[in-house]
Design a protein around this ligand. Structure first.
Ligand code: NAD
Length: 462
């Protein structure tokens, strides 16, 4: 157990304004592994002031120099790669191998990408008799969730810094230790004081203070739709820019000509990865009625294999929530073919990899985001039926289509109301824009689109 002190504000670790702390718990064994200060509105205000004061200097820094600082940040993160992986495993519970490749490796690569993009992006262009300047939006308030602790931080901070914005980060209360490692890397990378600031704290206090702060120009939030809606309302009232990356209920559509075994196995792996705590997870598998029983049997076998390999969910509240959903699914008529609501282990917030069959589109488990290792399998009659079901939720973040040939899969994918679709097992691409249609959010992260979120245009006419 380690008591971590201070907030990273204006280029140094400074004492928190209040005395309250947040206990960080290892979800695999329920032990408290550390504490961090619980920030107040006062800490947030100090951080926003520092970010505001640093803005003129950083926004006027030549892009090549910003790129050099971002490259140094990437290197500082890479030097901490193993520590990052171990820290994510300790506070989130994900298996170490997954923490290494996904939780540490991917955001380091994304940081490197933005270092490159900052150096090459065209911040000025000619349009007719105008010169259009792409200028930084200003001070960014970034509020991140716990499910991919470092990825969510880098996906906001790296493009914001590349654009010339300054940042105040309020990370999730469950995973603040990874955020502190990130701040340490920023410090080592030699970014000017105030360009990046960290305030740990709980959402309704520090998070809300950041979203409401009049000197924050853009709020970028990832998390639940309920909180996202509030942040959108706060930003709307203040005519402040806002980016929201919210929940999902993505469909994995398996068309009749597809390689069924592969589509089902990859689909199950997609849901169970990170214990189901992925906003883009394909939590609804849609299978033609003629192949339904075979798909259910394959999915049940695949899920059973994850029994020993899956980590816990993040905390007791999340475990209770996931169990409630499983019970609700069964109560509404779904058939449990793998896993279930019981505890697979004595200690730790574990949930068995669960598969629900005979799920129909109106059931709660087919409509609401569960955020746990739970797959619902739905039956469709024909392609139009599959499309209706796939598009029949309030969400539209991701999805998958499997078909006998690529053109057929692409034609179907083009009709899905969703921000991303993986075709026949296409791999996640951190350079592709990521974000939601419908209530899955506003704005895009990652790649060049992720950078433009942090820019505003000014046109000069000649
Ligand atoms: P949350 O929305 O409560 O928390 C996300 C972030 O927002 C955290 O940093 C939190 O401190 C902050 N926050 C909370 N209340 C706030 C407020 N009033 N003002 C400002 N900031 C506030 O999400 P959660 O409780 O961590 O998870 C709940 C559910 O959210 C999950 O079960 C899942 O459905 C969804 N979720 C989605 C994603 C995603 O990537 N889209 C990530 C995590 C959670």
């Amino acid at each position: 157990m380690k008591a971590h002190d201070g907030m990273y504000i204006d280029g140094a670790w400074r004492p928190a304004a209040g005395r309250d702390v947040i206990e960080v718990v290892n979800p695999a064994d329920e032990r408290v592994i550390g504490t961090v200060p619980a920030g107040t509105a006062e800490d947030v205000d100090a951080a926003v002031r520092a970010a505001r004061a640093a803005l003129p200097g950083w926004s006027a820094t030549p892009p090549a120099e910003r790129a050099a600082r971002l490259a140094a940040l990437r290197d500082a993160l890479a030097a901490r790669e193993e520590e990052i992986a171990e820290t994510v495993t300790a506070e989130l519970g994900s298996p170490l191998a997954f923490s290494r490749t996904v939780h540490a490796g991917m955001p380091i690569a994304v940081a490197g990408f933005y270092a490159g993009l900052a150096a090459t992006y065209v911040f000025e262009e000619k349009v007719g008799n105008s010169t259009v300047y792409h200028e930084p939006v200003g001070v960014v308030g970034a509020i991140t969730p716990w499910n991919y602790p470092l990825h969510q931080i880098v996906a906001k901070t790296a493009p914001a810094l590349a654009a010339g914005c300054t940042v105040v980060l309020k990370p999730a209360e469950d995973t603040p230790l990874t955020a502190r490692l990130f701040a340490g890397a920023v410090d080592e990378a030699g970014l000017p004081a105030g360009v990046f600031n960290l305030v740990t704290g709980v959402g309704p206090v520090a998070g809300q203070a950041l979203a409401e702060h009049p000197d924050v120009d853009l709020v970028s939030f990832t998390g639940s739709t309920a909180v996202g809606r509030r942040i959108g309302a706060i930003a709307g009232a203040a005519v402040k820019k806002v980016a929201l990356e919210l929940g999902g209920k993505s469909a994995n559509v398996i068309l009749p000509g597809a390689d069924l075994a592969r589509a089902v196995n990859v689909g199950v792996a997609n849901v169970m990865s990170n214990s189901g705590q992925t906003c883009s997870a394909w939590t609804r598998m849609l299978v033609h009625r003629d192949q339904y029983d075979e798909a259910v049997a394959l999915a049940a076998t695949a899920a059973a294999k994850y029994g020993e390999r899956i980590g816990p969910v993040v905390n007791a509240k999340q475990r209770a929530r996931v169990r409630d959903y499983i019970e609700k699914g069964v109560a509404e008529g779904a058939r449990l073919v793998a896993g279930g609501p019981g505890s697979p282990r004595e200690r730790g917030y574990f949930v068995s990899p669960t598969v629900l069959a005979d799920v129909t589109p109106e059931m709660t488990v087919a409509q609401e985001e569960i955020f746990g290792p739970v797959l619902s399998i739905l039956r469709y009659d024909d392609e139009e039926d599959a499309l209706r079901i796939a598009n029949g939720t309030v969400y539209g973040l991701a999805g998958a289509v499997w078909a006998g040939d690529e053109a057929e899969a692409v034609a179907f994918a083009r009709r899905l109301d969703t921000g991303q679709v993986d075709i026949n097992g296409g791999r996640f691409n951190p350079l592709a824009p990521f974000g939601g249609y419908k209530q899955s959010g506003v704005g895009r992260e990652l790649g060049t689109h992720g950078l433009t979120e942090y820019l505003q245009t000014k046109s000069l006419q000649f």
